[in-house]
Design a binder for this molecule. Sequence first.
Ligand code: NAP
Length: 342
Amino acid sequence: MVTGVQAKLGATLPVVFLTVHYGLGHLAHLTRGETVLVHGATGGVGLAAIQYARLHGAQVIATAGNEVKRDLLRALGVEHVLDSRDLRFAEEIRRITEGRGVDVVLNSLAGEAVSRGLEALRPGGRFVELGKRDVHENKPLRLGPFGRNIAFFGQVTARAHTLDVCDTQAVRRIIMEAEASGHPLRGVIHSAMHLEDGFLGTLTDQQLRDALNPKMGGAAALDALTRHHPLDLFLTYSSGNALIGNPMQSSYAAGNLCLEALTRKRRAAGLPAIAIEWGAIGETGYVARNHSVQETLSRLGILPIAPGEAFRAAEDFLARSTCAWAWPARLAQPPALGRSTS
Ligand SMILES: NC(=O)c1ccc[n+]([C@@H]2O[C@H](COP(=O)([O-])OP(=O)(O)OC[C@H]3O[C@@H](n4cnc5c(N)ncnc54)[C@H](OP(=O)(O)O)[C@@H]3O)[C@@H](O)[C@H]2O)c1
């Protein structure tokens, strides 16, 4: 902890620096020689953004709402300081950048200032949205500036609910609550599973139901309840087990193959859908918890991939979205089996 900083205040430091790292680094890829417009620059995120930009050799144009705050920014060595309450900041920016515009905007302003911020971007620039007010109020955005090939990154708020994915009433209620709070549903990621291992003939009806319900019943419920929502993605987690099989996990394979059949059906209907046949995921989840499973998979040549690698693979498949299945696994040697990817 920094000396003289109360624990309660100090606890906020990682949050603002992570926000900046994620927004300016991971999303906007701010690089040396670029210019970033930081709105509300005397707040926690703004001050962290100034440090981040300097560390990465980028130039800062900062705004603040009153003269005292603007003096603080000048005292911190920020060369170009503008008034965030005066919408002419966009014209000022064009003058400062000799008509070119800034490379990145880190925005926390609402209303008309959002459109002015978009206008202040150079063609191909990146706009990172931190503000929540316009999102909550479902405000429209003028799309003209997007004709200059700019990228808009909105930060996402996540909320966790505990429910049985097969409980259609409960899932419907969550969707309705999200819609009512001004957050339209745009994507579904389905990863629930329950395992009942054993040869098919030895499983009871109840065990079969328990294994099939989260995969098959859950995906069917999510599909039915979201059919009339304009989704960008409908991602289900299948397994390499659906491809190579395992006599002790036929109920699991059946559940995964149902996900893939649903994926084909949705795609045939022109709806977004992709099923990822994960190999083995390391560090977290079922395989990471079960060393004997890890050993068995390793003997078959299937090695765990780190969650970060898994996320990158998922991002890649979703961006390309050209095939219904994908199998991101690290293999000791390539699989002998092939699979249709249409
Ligand atoms: N981990 C891997 O290496 C791997 C490999 C291939 C495929 N996958 C796929 O990836 C997904 C996630 O695997 P994982 O390793 O993270 O599994 P996990 O740790 O066992 O988690 C499964 C989750 O599903 C939830 N669940 C079960 N039935 C549910 C229901 N009816 N409604 C809502 N939630 C339900 C469980 O909640 P409770 O704890 O409350 O029961 C649990 O949180 C699975 O679909 C799996 O097939 C994983």
